[in-house]
Design a binder for this molecule. Structure first.
Ligand code: DGJ
Length: 726
């Protein structure tokens, strides 16, 4: 990181200067199309003066009124939601923050565009009376139009300071109306979306689950300003918190109809005692602002995620065959040898062995036992994992494995040996969820144990890991933390990240899937270490159209694992395949039970997917027709150079004679001509779409559109069209 102080810096010797020689110019955090502007007021406080489209004339930023203190401290004159609240060593429960300095640091930019290097703005605030510093960081990703912000808190008081609020970010808006789109769910129904107008008062979206930030509520939202944004219109902010634990998003509309948004770790049951000279660093809040609706906001986040947010986001992914739905716990070595051979036959890159392969006291034959005992079950795998790696090798595929290293069953050697490693309250009965308990990741010995579980697998040429987490924290109490129990939720996540840091130091590129009993973990805090995530155990293709749509608002398609399964056999294999191909394709199906035509179809689909995956993974995504608004869904991916595109169209519950208008495409080059070809056709069938084999201009495709649902097309049918520029 090349560090250069680019902006002004007011040096403060022994406290805050009472007289300023020169007014500080506005602090502008800029991307290609967006500006966030902060300014120092005559009272030395830092004000948030603007967040919106970049102004043409930079000099205009100085004219912006100083309405809202940027990062509001509690205890002095604040009347609304604070960003930060703490109690000093002497018991004083207030904080006041004055501007101290600002600097700008060059950070790693895009390789293809050194001129547009990204910049980080660092603003130091200081209490005039107490030696407490609050440092606000804003990293601006120029090309992607994304800003990442986080906060550091430190002090030099005699004894520890107690923090009770510690937002990552606080943003302010003045609009006529505010429209919030939030995402929520449960097991097998993740990422459902709801939109509502914010009314006066505080709307809070949060979680207290400890380990599973995407369950029930989701740390990601859209905020439409003045009116509800559509996919293509409206001013909208998209934001998400990068934290694999308790989060809180608060939206407060005040007496003047101004909106204050604060995002950060949920302070619930989490007072944090901060010793002198240590830094409390909040998680990152990532946001983008679009004047062209939610679709553009999502594309900004997708680009940012691929380049900066997700491990190896611009590198290829592995297609795979998983055995969870195909076998559940019921398998042995010969059966797995057969499945691995099937992966080779199908043409995918990897076989992924799921839950049930470990434990000897007893072996894991269901979900009641053995979590914690990560030795292969001798009854099931007499020759260990090494044998399976060899079988995979012989069949030209890689081998991956499922683990859930943060958990333990009471029926396990680990629990018997280390009851003190388990999170559980003294004087209360143990509380089980899926028959298991959470290990105490605040304890460095447990961190070592968890690291070793992963290390042991990766040392034997396992090429892929699915990391699961099937429960939340309840009855939370750590024997290790002793009197600091209110640190548990925060230190658990920090412990997890310490383990993942170690894993990534030793194995920087091994692909790993983040999973949590479906999609309960998919935040960007975790995805720094993972290449992809499992959005839902619900693999019913119709449900997946909705679930994948929901997650696609914030996550790129190469992170969204989508498997063809037999969850709902009433859906044709083609329909299921067409849905899975919208994301990162995998299979979890008994290949040996496929008919010859189905196998031929699937082998061709895998080949076509591999050929088109650069477009699906790295292209711009356009959500063209929402399943939430009608009986169809359509999603388009356009490669950056606009020479190739892939269009997915689904009829969901289409009614007889329902009028289905052509789908207007987006993101193409209007001047180019595109040849359209339907792919993913079952052997022996022909395309019924009039556009098949036709050539159209990009202009026509975007202004007039093409039909992806023939008249009277039956429900639960689908089409995949490949568009190639001539
Ligand atoms: C929950 C995951 O979401 C499933 O895919 C599977 O791995 C099971 N756990 C295994 O127990």
């Amino acid at each position: 990181m090349l560090k250069s102080v680019l902006s002004c810096c007011l040096l403060l010797l022994g406290g805050v200067a009472s007289v300023m020689a020169q007014p500080t110019p506005p602090i502008v955090v800029e991307t290609q199309h967006t500006s966030l502007v902060l300014a120092v007021g005559p009272d030395q406080k830092l004000y948030h003066t603007y967040l919106g489209a970049r102004l043409t004339n930079a000099a205009d930023y100085a004219a912006l009124p100083h309405q809202h203190e940027a990062y509001v401290p509690a205890g002095t004159d604040n009347l609304f939601e604070p960003a930060i609240r703490l109690t000093h060593t002497d018991g004083n429960p207030s904080l006041s923050l004055a501007f101290a300095s600002v600097e700008t640091i060059q950070v790693k930019g895009n390789v293809d565009s050194p001129a547009n290097d990204n910049k980080e703005t660092v603003i130091r605030l200081r209490d005039p009376q107490y030696p407490v510093d609050v440092v606000l960081h804003f990293a601006a990703y120029y090309q992607e139009d994304v800003i990442k912000t986080w906060t550091e808190i430190r002090h030099r008081e005699r004894k520890p300071v107690v923090l009770t609020n510690y937002a990552s970010a606080m943003l302010h808006f003045n609009a006529h109306q505010y429209w919030l789109t939030q995402f929520h769910g449960d097991w097998a129904k993740e990422a459902g979306q709801q939109e509502s107008q914010l009314t006066s008062g505080v709307k809070v979206i949060d979680t207290k689950l400890g380990t599973r930030p995407h369950w029930y509520q989701t740390p990601a939202f859209f905020l439409g300003l003045d009116q509800a944004a559509t996919e293509t219109t409206g001013q909208v902010l998209a934001g998400t918190l990068a934290w694999t634990g308790n989060f809180r998003l608060a939206f407060e509309v005040d007496n003047l109809n101004a909106l204050r948004v604060s995002a950060g770790i949920n302070p619930y049951a989490s007072e944090y005692t901060l010793p002198a000279n240590q830094t409390f660093t909040t998680p990152e809040f990532i946001f983008t602002y679009s004047t062209q609706g939610k679709g553009q906001a999502s594309r900004n986040l997708h680009r940012w995620a691929r380049r900066f947010g997700v491990l190896d986001g611009t590198e290829p992914r592995l297609t795979l065959l998983n055995n969870w739905e195909a076998t559940f716990f019921d398998f042995n070595e010969p059966k797995l040898d057969g499945l691995i051979a099937d992966a080779g036959k199908l043409g995918v890159d990897l076989f992924l062995l799921d839950d049930g392969w470990f434990g000897n006291n007893p072996p894991r034959n269901d979900d009641r036992t053995s979590l914690g005992d990560w030795q292969p079950a001798k009854t099931k795998l007499p020759h260990g994992v090494g044998h399976l790696v060899q079988t995979a090798d012989k069949n030209g595929v890689k081998f991956g494995i499922w683990i859930e290293p943060e958990m333990v069953n009471p029926q396990s050697d680990l629990y018997r040996q280390h009851p003190e490693w388990v999170l559980k309250l003294p004087n209360r009965p143990e509380h089980y969820y899926r028959n298991q308990l959470v290990l105490d990741l605040t304890n460095p010995k447990v961190q070592d144990f968890v690291f070793n579980v992963v290390d042991e697998q990766l040392r034997q040429n396992v090429a892929y890991v699915k990391w699961d987490c099937n429960r939340m924290i309840t009855n939370g109490y750590s024997q290790y933390l002793k009197q600091n129990q209110s640190h548990l939720y925060i230190d658990y996540v920090r412990g997890l990240y310490k383990v993942l840091d170690r894993v990534r130091q030793k194995y920087p590129h091994v692909p790993m899937m983040l999973c949590s009993g479906g999609g309960a973990r998919s935040d960007y805090g975790g995805l720094k270490y993972f290449t992809e995530f499992w959005p839902s155990d619900n693999t019913d293709a119709v449900e997946r159209v909705f679930i994948q749509w929901g997650f696609s608002n914030f996550f790129p398609s190469n992170t969204l694992c989508s498997h063809v399964t037999n969850w709902n056999r009433q859906h044709t294999l083609k329909f299921r395949t067409d849905v899975a191909m919208m994301g990162k394709l995998g299979y979890d199906i008994e290949v040996e039970k496929m008919t010859p035509a189905e196998l031929q179809f699937s082998q061709q689909a895998v080949k076509d997917y591999k050929r088109l995956s650069p477009v699906i993974w790295q292209g711009d995504q356009y959500r063209l027709r929402s399943p939430y608004e009608g009986n169809q869904a359509a999603v388009l991916y356009v490669e950056e150079r606009q020479t190739k595109a892939v269009l997915f169209g689904y009829n969901l519950h289409t009614r007889t004679n329902e009028t289905v208008l052509p789908v207007r495409l987006q993101g193409l080059d209007p001047a180019r001509r595109y040849r359209v070809a339907e792919i993913n056709l079952m052997p022996g069938t022909k395309s019924e779409l009039p556009a098949h084999t036709q050539t159209y201009s990009g202009d026509y495709l975007m202004q007039v559109g093409i039909t992806v649902s023939p008249l009277n097309a039956p429900a639960l049918t689908s089409h995949v069209l490949e568009l190639t520029a001539e």
